[in-house]
Design a protein around this ligand. Structure first.
Ligand SMILES: NC(=O)c1ccc[n+]([C@@H]2O[C@H](COP(=O)([O-])OP(=O)(O)OC[C@H]3O[C@@H](n4cnc5c(N)ncnc54)[C@H](OP(=O)(O)O)[C@@H]3O)[C@@H](O)[C@H]2O)c1
Length: 343
């Protein structure tokens, strides 16, 4: 008993603060951190619900007071998660880093390495370009070593996670004959966040299906290209479900590349806890991954002689595409087993 107590006492407890706790990713993060054995939620901020409790906003058993961001004590935490809209996080990130607190930003504000790319895709100059150089793109399967030592981790976008992971092994193995990849993705409506908008309310999304921002206009293309070195033609779609992303990628490999050779390339992910390649003949479905931190990949040979293959991936946009990946990054940053608190 005494031994068990002293082991408990020595166990690291990470003190975490959450900005934007009443949003879709913020609430998902609170649920994950609540069941994490080595995290104590020290503060949670909200904008319109500041002064209330989380259980007032979402009538669950999870109860955290919601404070104004300005009232958060950054010296009381080891890490903060920014679950705020893109374009709003720079001042918070600057204050947190100045207070010696590590940051995991779920927005797009620090995902691109170059200020020129940020200005081109987001339409405004970046207000802290020096931090763009420092931020580590938080996809553990690609950047694990850098994430461990990072002060600032830019958590990847939901669509990009589902696209970069399946393309990365093919790029690493030098199997792409054509670096232009056509990507067709479908996302549940929660991908757009909780704020009201005409295009995402029930009457506009229920029992219909639509494409949007097709071609070269969606901002997530920037990080897909940065991380894979490919050129992406991207067609996102709004799927009338709450959560989940299914992405389909059409790739031209070196003519004659056999399916076994392609599968060997995915050996790169053999020890990855949250990435799976399905056996030949099987394709992934959303219902098998929602509420998990998994990204599951299916591979289909269309024409081996011509090198044409199709990849299909699924993930939960709110977990592996956002809050679960953020917890995976936190685990790495604080030297914990990467899978702690995740499934
Ligand atoms: N949803 C996804 O699947 C997903 C996936 C990956 C990354 N992300 C990124 O994660 C971030 C959060 O996304 P989300 O879907 O959770 O958004 P959301 O549901 O719209 O929630 C945003 C949160 O931030 C607060 N907020 C809104 N405007 C603010 C402002 N100007 N200053 C301070 N707080 C503000 C909101 O409070 P109020 O309710 O009071 O407005 C809410 O708590 C975004 O940058 C998004 O791009 C989202």
């Amino acid at each position: 008993m005494a031994l068990a107590c002293s082991a408990m006492e020595k166990r690291l407890m990470i003190r975490a603060g959450i900005y934007g706790a009443t949003g879709y990713t913020g609430f998902e993060l609170i649920k994950l951190l609540h069941q994490h054995p080595q995290v104590q939620i020290t503060f949670a901020t909200a904008r319109s619900a500041a002064g209330q409790r989380l259980s007032d906003v979402f009538p669950t058993l999870l109860d955290v007071p919601l404070i104004r961001a300005e009232d958060a004590d950054l010296t009381s935490v080891d890490v903060v998660f920014c679950c705020l809209p893109h374009g709003t996080t720079v001042p918070t990130v600057q204050q947190a880093l100045a207070a010696g607190t590590r940051v995991i930003d779920l927005s797009a504000d620090f995902r691109l390495h170059h200020a020129d790319d940020y200005a081109r895709w987001y339409g405004n100059p970046h207000t802290a370009p020096e931090l763009l150089k420092e931020a580590v793109y938080g996809l553990p399967e690609l950047h694990r070593a850098h994430i461990r030592g990072a002060r600032l981790v830019a958590n990847p976008g939901c669509y990009p996670t589902s696209v970069i992971l399946p393309l990365h092994p093919l790029v690493q193995a030098g199997l792409l004959a054509d670096r232009t990849v056509i990507v067709d993705s479908k996302s549940g409506v929660s991908g757009a966040g909780r704020s009201l908008s005409l295009k995402t309310h029930f009457g506009e999304t229920h029992e219909t299906f639509s494409a949007y921002n097709i071609g070269r206009s969606h901002r997530h293309i920037a990080e897909m290209e940065q991380e894979t070195g490919t050129q992406i033609i991207f067609s996102p779609h709004l799927l009338p479900v709450y959560r989940g992303i299914l992405s389909t990628m059409y790739v031209n490999l070196i003519p004659g590349t056999e399916p076994d050779t392609v599968r060997e390339a995915y050996g790169l992910f053999a020890d990855e806890p949250f990435v799976r390649l399905l056996p030949a003949g099987r394709l992934p479905e959303l219902r098998h991954v929602v509420h998990t931190n998994l990204c599951v990949i299916g591979l289909h040979a269309v024409d081996v002689a011509a090198g044409r293959y199709i990849l299909v991936t699924v993930e939960d946009n709110l977990i592996k595409g956002a809050s679960g990946q953020a917890v995976q990054n936190m685990n790495l940053m604080f030297g914990l087993d990467e899978t702690t608190g995740l499934c």
